[in-house]
Design a binder for this molecule. Structure first.
Ligand SMILES: NC(=O)c1ccc[n+]([C@@H]2O[C@H](COP(=O)([O-])OP(=O)(O)OC[C@H]3O[C@@H](n4cnc5c(N)ncnc54)[C@H](OP(=O)(O)O)[C@@H]3O)[C@@H](O)[C@H]2O)c1
Length: 329
């Protein structure tokens, strides 16, 4: 995305919910845009398509749409495989989405995304997050990954660079801080998808003034809510949620609801599919800035971004959703 200069227009401020505390603008927002976790903005764009709910990055106030795209299945070479992924990336901004998460660790994914963005244009419509590592704290390897991310993605600025799985944070964090100061990175942070790594993540969150953390959290995997999400709120860090559907392996949530109808009361939060139920559950946590469900299909992207519209669960609804899920056992 174009660098955010810290100056919010009134529209941006409304989108970020910043005027809400002053009691301004809310009267103009649709009722459905409010929830127990705080006011949310929603309005209609020029083409009549309603924008997605956004939340501010705590350190800058920059509004980010609350559902993005994960790309760990974007390491492909066949033209047909690239074409379906191009369709997903092209469709996303048409629906109001901006956030793409990728990583050096996802094979060719950065390269595929870079080529697609060159082809379809409009790099500024996307918020691009990627990740690097420095195995065994080997700074040289980390610097190579960092430098090559720009070439592979074919961009001059990376919106968010994270140390993948906390791998090499000792040597990479000072570099990310410096590259952010130089304007090459807009935000920096780290990621994990393993509860076993939470102690190290928590320690780092206390030491390093990161802009973002990325962590696993879903209705079937709520451990991050114990300490990680509250600390992120305390430290003013944005939270990007990975594996919001439990990932792609045996923990994926969808098989558990394959033959289960959505409860009628899901309509109260505007969820029309299980994917929206799962994502709206994630978004009910006030620490969460954006969830990044992975998909290679336009129809799933449309479904997922649909979770960033309408009402979000309040605390009572969140409990009800958990109880319902737990009863499915
Ligand atoms: N440590 C880390 O930093 C880390 C670790 C893991 C993941 N991540 C990031 O998080 C992203 C998300 O994780 P993930 O992709 O592994 O798992 P996920 O988002 O929890 O689940 C993806 C699975 O759900 C399916 N799916 C997506 N939308 C759907 C819908 N609306 N209805 C039904 N099925 C749907 C996908 O299939 P289709 O492709 O067919 O839609 C895929 O099988 C990754 O892509 C990656 O960017 C980061």
């Amino acid at each position: 995305m174009a660098p955010f200069d810290g100056h919010l227009t009134r529209r941006d401020a409304i989108r970020a919910g910043l005027l809400a505390g002053a009691g301004l603008a809310l009267g103009r927002l649709p009722l459905e845009a409010r929830s127990a976790t705080g006011p949310r903005s929603a309005h209609y764009g020029q083409d009549g398509v309603r924008d997605l709910i956004t939340r501010p990055v705590p350190k800058t106030g920059e509004p980010i749409p609350v559902v993005g795209l994960g790309t760990n299945q974007y390491s492909v070479t066949e033209a047909a495989d690239i074409a379906v992924r191009r369709d997903v990336i092209r469709r996303m901004p048409e629906l109001g989405g901006t956030v793409i998460d990728t990583a050096r660790g996802y094979g060719r994914a950065e390269i595929v995304i870079g080529e697609i963005l060159q082809e379809i244009g409009g790099r500024d419509r996307y918020f691009i997050a990627t990740k690097c590592t420095a195995p065994q704290n080997d700074l040289e390897q980390g610097m190579t990954q960092l430098r090559e991310a720009f070439e592979r993605l074919q961009v001059e600025t990376i919106d968010l660079m994270m140390v993948h799985n906390l791998n090499g944070t000792d040597v990479l964090m000072p570099v990310l801080r410096e590259w952010k100061e130089q304007g090459r990175l807009r935000y920096y942070g780290t990621s994990t998808s393993s509860p076993a790594a939470y102690p190290r993540l928590l320690e780092l969150m206390r030491q390093e003034p990161m802009d973002f953390i990325q962590v696993d959290y879903s209705i079937g995997n709520r451990g991050a809510a114990d300490e990680v999400l509250p600390l992120a709120q305390d430290r003013g860090m944005a939270v990007m949620l990975n594996v919001p559907f439990g990932g792609r392996g045996g923990r994926n949530l969808f098989p558990q609801v394959a033959d289960v109808p959505l409860p009628d009361w899901a309509a109260e939060i505007g969820a029309t599919t299980w994917a929206q139920y799962f994502l709206k559950y994630n978004l009910a946590h006030p620490a969460v800035t954006v969830a990044i469900p992975g998909t290679t299909q336009v129809r799933h992207l449309e479904d997922n971004l649909g979770a960033a519209r309408g009402a979000l669960p309040d605390a009572a609804m969140k409990r009800r959703m958990e109880e319902h899920w737990d009863a499915l056992g």
